[in-house]
Design a binder for this molecule. Sequence first.
Ligand code: IPE
Ligand code: IPE
Ligand code: MG
Length: 252
Amino acid sequence: MAISKDLARLPKHVAIIMDGNGRWAKSRGLPRIMGHREGVKAVRSVVRLARELGIQVLTLYAFSQENWNRPRDEVSALMDLLVDYLESELAELLGNRIALRTIGDTDRLPDKVKIRLMETVSKTSVNKEMILNLALSYGGRSEIVRAAKILAGRCLSGEIKLSDIDERLFAGCLYTAGLPDPDLVIRTSGEERLSNFLLFQAAYAEIYVTSTLWPDFAKDDFLAALSEYGKRERKFGLTAEQLAGPCTGKGL
Ligand code: IPE
Ligand code: IPE
Ligand code: MG
């Protein structure tokens, strides 16, 4: 594949808020679930391209904590779709040496989903080429509260001191412990909000919003997002002059 100049600077971790399945279906007079089904095809093509390009971590926001409040039929259809996806993708994940991981309150998922997830995570865990991280039953605020509770428990038990708590220790108690922060957050369907996604981790992520609805998000759209990322100047609070200087971004 010809990789353009802008793609020379690739993000290590791309996180995608896959939005617009319902609108995609509605605009065609179809039930919402058809939009979710079509969305799975976009997932496949994005995972393949991420792997081909050498992106290390791809996090996909597939189901939020708030999505549990959707109509029961839609939630149950989404859970079935997830089981189908995990069954159909195992060979592809193994063939491409991709490890599947999840973030979120996965205990809340139905048993049939949990069983498939555990199986896929364990069978792919040795894979080193890329991490495909599915955010399922995920909410950024409750992830932060959960981390605070873990640390409070460690303090109370005397394992750590209050003064030991810093950003690094806190990050280690999030679902994403051990993963780099997302460099690029993509949101499809034009909405300009985070919807409770990676609130702690995305502190310095570049945000890219496209009006393309998720089922229509094709390889070209992904390449356009990566190319735009390549043109951004990430400053991490520094001045442009500092960034141009010899000690650029040290320690960041
Ligand atoms: C994203 O598409 C998929 C999930 C949230 C599960 P939506 O279902 O939110 O699609 P719209 O926003 O209604 O178009
Ligand atoms: C965010 O999309 C969650 C996922 C993509 C899984 P939503 O459609 O649920 O977000 P809002 O309701 O538009 O903020
Ligand atoms: Mg939506």
